[in-house]
Design a protein around this ligand. Structure first.
Ligand code: KG4
Ligand code: ZN
Length: 341
């Protein structure tokens, strides 16, 4: 069945990126503008929510205008406005939501509230270089969604149809990377700096626990986090210098190997055709290499700039709601509508 063409404007302000994008037909990225606040928050070692929302207010207008300009369209030439509804920082989300509502009212275009996690999943449909050979994912599929706030295994039998198989019982994978980075005195954001330190370390230097949680598709990263903490404390008590690279590499291996191995097991057991990996942690090099080396199923992992927060993924997800006439009322709040909250 061929779906109707549509051009969607996406807006994303759930955390510390102010982003806007125009995407055609859920796949073709016409523009993708991201204003990052990393430098602003780096001095605090993490996201400072009050500063984040103020920064969104300052730049949202320019970011949206720039996304429209780069796509060579005006608000009248788009078909709908998709905006992240949640989950995320409430004060940040309302900036994007209110801007999207204003624009929808002024232009008479429909509004579509998108769950941020759904957006990450739909990054796998985007074809940023517009290559003819790019294949969209095929159902049934298994999605591993690994971000700063979530680590979920989700089964999809069709568009917008989600069955949650499991998720983290404690810290999200990205959250564990961020906390270990702080412990090892590595700069914010934690994921990329742990990865960088790991490159010079030995992943077998420390045997940190890999919690496979047999008979469940859930994850748990508090054990490995505590093990790193205890090791650091013991080394400090002995007055020994911290082998930061070895600690980072061993921690990264423990988290990534569990993510990959459980996903591959779940894909086999649920007899899916393909696998999607999305969310900030899918930028991790070890994770990408391990999936590609070990998976018997085709694996869709977005290019690095679409792994972390962006608005192209929100516009992409918005298209699949648009084709079902699934629009949102103007009084939607900064709360996600989807079961994965
Ligand atoms: O999807 P995202 O940009 O924001 C959320 O929705 O949370 O994910 C951000 C998370 C952060 O915890 C960050 O440390 C992690 O993704 N991350 C990584 C890497 N790049 C970003 N974790 C591991 N390795 C990376 N290369
Ligand atoms: Zn995200």
């Amino acid at each position: 069945m061929s779906l109707p063409p549509a051009r969607i404007l996406g807006i994303e302000t759930s955390c510390d990126e102010t982003a806007a994008a125009v995407v055609s037909d859920g796949r073709v990225v016409k523009s993708n503008v991201v204003a990052s606040q990393i430098d602003l928050h780096a001095q605090y070692g993490g996201v400072f929510p009050e500063l984040a929302s103020r920064e969104h207010v300052k730049v949202i207008d320019v970011v949206v205008s720039e996304a429209l300009r780069q796509a060579h369209v005006n608000p009248q030439e788009i078909d709908a406005i998709a905006v992240t509804q949640g989950p995320g920082l409430a004060g940040s989300l309302v900036v994007g939501l209110n801007f999207a509502k204003g624009l929808a009212l002024a232009s008479g275009k429909p509004l579509i509230g998108i769950n941020h996690l759904e957006g990450h999943i739909y990054s796998a449909w985007l074809n940023p270089t517009n290559t003819a050979t790019h294949q969209p994912p095929r159902f049934p599929l298994l999605a591993l969604l690994v971000s700063g706030g979530h680590s979920e295994l989700i089964l999809m039998t069709d568009h917008l149809t989600y069955q949650r198989l499991g998720g983290t019982l404690d810290d999200a994978a990205g959250e564990a990377f961020d906390k270990i980075a702080r412990l090892l005195d590595l700069p914010y954001p934690g994921g990329p700096s742990v990865q960088e330190a790991s490159a010079a370390g030995k992943d077998t230097a420390f045997a940190f626990p890999k919690a496979m949680l047999e008979d469940s598709w859930d994850f748990s990263f508090s054990g490995v986090k505590t093990a790193v903490l205890r090791t650091v404390e013991a080394l400090q008590e002995e007055g020994r210098p911290l082998p930061v690279e070895d600690l980072a590499a061993s921690f990264q291996a423990a988290v990534i190997d569990v993510l990959v191995e459980k996903t591959l097991l779940a894909a086999q057991e649920h007899k899916v055709r393909e696998i999607i990996v999305a969310g900030g942690v899918s930028a991790n090099q070890r994770l990408r290499e391990k999936f590609l080396a070990e998976s018997k199923h085709p694996v869709h992992i977005p290019p690095l700039f679409l792994c972390t927060d962006n608005a192209a993924m929100i516009a992409g997800a918005g298209y699949f709601h648009y084709v079902k006439d699934d629009f949102s009322p103007f009084d939607i709040d900064a709360l996600p509508t989807w079961p994965l909250s």
